[in-house]
Design a protein around this ligand. Structure first.
Ligand SMILES: [Zn+2]
Length: 218
């Protein structure tokens, strides 16, 4: 099963992708992870990407596409995958089309997780990282706002610089402008599933799994 997961920043794509990967027994392919792997393993394309990253530039679509291609064509993705972080734009979607056409499998399922912008802003501005154990927590979900539920550290929470309302709003504008048009592009190229990302993690996972099994039976 080929699954592409996308949605608003901070809606919980990574969390859901991990749950799906374990329930469906297919790998979670996060573009951040595979880019770091390619660089670490010093593959030909990894070395190209490394130079670009070291210059502080964004990895161009073509190079990211080649990294994605290598992974999707590899043995570990032979039964499918959950792709997280690519494509983000219609141009990237076209690159992915070419890759999937070569794999010659069934239509991919596109899972779109969304929540109102106000919910996203609320979630992200109350997100903190524990500087002792590096786990990410949400202040709103804690009874004791000063104590890490993972390692017990006190006063260990730090806020990421980009988790301010202003930065998040900018990211949401970019999201609505680019990624959502990509959803339109996929209208007849994928099975489209829309799931309400404002629910609890468990309920989102359940709804995604139910919709995925319907889409397989179609
Ligand atoms: Zn901690």
């Amino acid at each position: 099963m080929q699954i592409i997961i996308f949605g608003s920043p901070g809606v919980g794509k990574g969390t859901q992708a991990k749950i799906l990967a374990s329930k469906l027994d297919i790998p979670h392919i996060s573009t951040g992870d595979i880019l770091r792997e390619a660089i670490k393993n010093e593959t030909e394309i990894g070395n190209k990407a490394k130079e670009i990253v070291e210059r502080g530039e964004l990895v161009p679509d073509q190079i990211m596409g080649e990294i994605v291609k290598e992974v999707l064509e590899s043995e570990r993705c032979k039964n499918g995958f959950i792709l997280d972080g690519f494509p983000r734009t219609t141009d990237q979607a076209k690159i992915l089309d070419g890759i999937l056409m070569n794999l010659d499998r069934e239509k991919p399922c596109l899972v779109k997780l969304e929540a109102d912008d106000s919910i996203i802003i609320d979630r992200l501005t109350s997100r903190r990282t524990c500087n002792v154990c590096n786990n990410i927590i949400n202040l709103k979900e804690l009874d004791d706002k000063n104590k890490c539920p993972h390692c017990g550290a006190v006063d260990s929470f730090v806020k990421r610089k980009d988790d301010t309302e202003e930065v998040i709003k900018k990211r949401l504008v970019v999201y609505h402008e680019t990624t959502e048009t990509m959803f339109d592009y996929y209208q007849d190229k994928a099975n489209l599933l829309e799931v309400d990302g404002a629910q609890s993690i468990e309920n989102v996972a359940e709804e995604v799994l139910t919709k995925l099994s319907d889409c397989r039976n179609d």
